[in-house]
Design a protein around this ligand. Sequence first.
Ligand SMILES: Nc1ncnc2c1ncn2[C@@H]1O[C@H](COP(=O)(O)OP(=O)(O)O)[C@@H](O)[C@H]1O
Ligand SMILES: [Mg+2]
Length: 244
Amino acid sequence: MSAILEIRNVTRRFAGLVAVNQVSFTLAEGEILGLIGPNGAGKTTLVSLISGTLAPTHGEILYQGNPIGNLPAYRRARLGIGRTFQIMRPFPGLSVLDNVAVGALFGRGGGQPDLAQAREQARACLDFVGLGRAAGQRAEALGGPGRKRLELAKALAMQPRVLLCDEVMAGLNLVEIDEVIDVIRKVRATGISVLVIEHVIKAIKSLSNRLLVLHHGEKIADGPPGEVLANAEVVQAYLGRQRA
Ligand SMILES: Nc1ncnc2c1ncn2[C@@H]1O[C@H](COP(=O)(O)OP(=O)(O)O)[C@@H](O)[C@H]1O
Ligand SMILES: [Mg+2]
């Protein structure tokens, strides 16, 4: 399997804090890779480093074999790197459909050239994530589960080749989690490679046959979920958090 994304010794500091420390891994073409770790482990920072909303302090990020670590976020989006945001901020005053159409206008290859086409693509993405019926609503009117789907639709409207999902199942009930799992499987089936950050271990295990663990900014495990979840350092990282 060839790598679509390669992270090489990436470090990100914030003043005195090392949020991501010498992390290396690859995302294979067509893979769903799971990423877990306690709160504050550096997961969202890593997504921002890959999508370009943050620049690495050290290290290299390769996409389809080319270094992208110094490109601004919009250029990376045009190349095909899409992400969802853990903190959801829909464009206020815009309908659900137009929130997604914005993604379509700025997507891979420069996006759709006009609003009518962007809206058409947005509608297809809303149907894809199961939010078609909410298209005409104002985005702020959506509840938590709807906003998670909206995040997915916005990212998909950019027609990414790599999708970085930052806790898209957080706050969902078991039925909604299963529905989002199905959406992510469908995403992969369209040929998109996916990185899934998730606390719901059952969801990660059902989606992915490879799991990566971050703790205090460092990668402490990378392998099949069964092995990784039995790893003493991983167990300690989670137990330590529960005791705290
Ligand atoms: N913009 C920022 N400025 C300063 N510190 C930050 C910033 N973003 C994240 N951090 C810190 O970096 C660490 C990792 O955060 P984050 O990547 O959000 O973790 P996770 O997503 O795994 O919960 C935390 O200690 C957090 O407080
Ligand atoms: Mg986070």
